[in-house]
Design a protein around this ligand. Structure first.
Ligand code: PMP
Ligand code: GLN
Length: 398
């Protein structure tokens, strides 16, 4: 049987399908598979190895026991939409209408998928920074959009604002921002955010901002794009419970936008998953209403883990850039004599019993060279796991 439509052809072009039609697995699935097969410590895929707040887990158990097990409403359960709106007010001073401006989704991934499929026409351009989270490339090609990128330059992984200005044009439908940024752990400056808003106005583009790491910042305050003057009416803000509450497997995410954009995106979302995660929705609402001390605590704990793994990587001989946010640290293997991180990552289980992800996996081929020797390591792991990984990585320099 031949399975070959225009999407398959586009997907092959984008490297999502191998020439024989098999789905190329994501770098995260591949690297977790490698860790499992070799018994290596998995600092590849970004998921925590400890449970999040007990109140949140208990609320999900209670919801199941109480019979919250059938389809929730299409836009999400009112209790969660209200909690999302009040979270935006509490942390960012934003007033959000929970009934018309919030949509609960199957993780940030479905929010991204529904938004891009709803707004991008064949041939529309979507601008992202590069490196970029892998789903962005896949979703833009599913929507038959054209992916344009602006490189994040070392050190600091910030964009050159003139390059940004030159890339956004009247052909740009969406400026897709990821802040804080996976995989580099960088946080965009306020000036960069202002330029993004200015460009969106000038070229009549929509800003889609993926802020799943909003609460995982180290010594810097997260600035949602939607808080900038003139941004709200053309911004779709996306976040997820996965990172904040260590519930990546629950797949509860959301988006916040104008009623018009929410309606357009809902039209697609209803045919992707329709709805998901009924008992998890009230549990995430409990999480969003936890006191400040919880949110401060998760960032502080993670910052200590960042520092621990950074020390280990530096001692092992990597050149390490200290991330301002997220689960991830970027380590340059060039000082150790490894110029190709993709090869190193395949060999790392045998060399050091550790798995990481090459930054080139977040890049188009042309730009990959600039980041060829860089590896992303996740530090959202138990302290003793990070200590063991550090000790094992020290073998590399010997
Ligand atoms: N965006 C970014 C930048 C991510 O790192 C991730 C995954 N961790 C997602 C989106 C997907 O989030 P979710 O698991 O809620 O779909
Ligand atoms: N977002 C996580 C990461 O960057 C993993 C997501 C996935 O496995 N698709 O590692």
């Amino acid at each position: 049987m031949t399975i070959d439509g225009s999407w398959q052809r586009a997907a092959r072009g984008a490297g999502l399908l191998s020439p024989d039609g098999r789905i190329a697995s994501t770098i995260f699935a591949e690297m977790s598979g490698l860790a499992q097969a070799t018994g290596a410590i998995n600092l590849g895929q970004g998921f925590p190895d400890e449970d999040g707040p007990a109140e949140v887990l208990e609320a999900a158990r209670k919801a199941i026991a109480d019979g919250v097990n059938q389809y929730p409403p299409g836009t999400g359960m009112p209790v969660l939409r209200a909690a999302i709106a009040s979270h935006q007010r509490r942390f960012y001073g934003l007033t959000v209408d929970p009934d018309r401006e919030v949509l609960v989704t199957a993780g940030a991934t479905e929010a991204l998928a529904a938004t891009i499929l709803a707004l991008v026409d064949d041939g529309d351009e979507v601008v992202t920074f590069e490196p970029f989270y892998d789903a962005y490339g896949g979703l833009i090609s599913l929507a038959r959009g054209i992916h344009r990128t602006v490189p994040l330059r070392r050190p600091g992984f910030q964009p050159d604002l003139d390059e940004l200005r030159a890339t956004v044009t009247d052909r740009t439908r969406i400026i897709l921002v990821n802040n804080p940024h996976n995989p580099t752990g960088s946080v965009l400056s306020r000036e960069t955010l202002e330029v993004i808003v200015e460009l969106a106005h000038r070229h009549d583009a929509i800003i889609v901002t993926d802020e799943v790491y909003e609460h995982l910042t180290f010594g810097v305050t997260h600035v949602p794009v939607a808080t900038l003057p003139g941004a709200r009416e053309r911004t779709v803000t996306i976040s997820s419970a996965g990172k904040t509450f260590s519930t990546t497997g629950w797949k509860i995410g959301w988006l916040i936008s104008t009623p018009e954009l929410v309606t357009a995106i809902l039209a697609v979302k209803q045919f992707l998953t329709f709805v998901n995660g009924a008992p998890f929705q009230p549990a995430v609402a409990v999480g969003l209403e936890l006191p400040e001390s919880f949110f401060r605590g998760i960032a502080e704990t993670l910052q200590a883990k960042r520092d621990l793994l950074t020390r280990g990587l530096v001692a092992a001989g990597f050149d390490v850039s200290s991330p301002q946010a997220t689960y991830f640290v970027v380590a340059d293997a060039a000082p150790l004599g490894y110029t190709d991180a993709a090869t190193l990552c395949r060999e790392l289980p045998a060399l050091a019993g550790v798995v990481g992800v090459p930054i080139s996996a977040f890049c188009h081929e042309e730009l990959g060279a600039e980041y060829a020797s860089l590896v992303r390591f996740a530090f959202c792991k138990k302290t003793d796991v990070l200590e063991r990984a550090s000790a094992q990585l020290a073998r590399l320099g010997r």
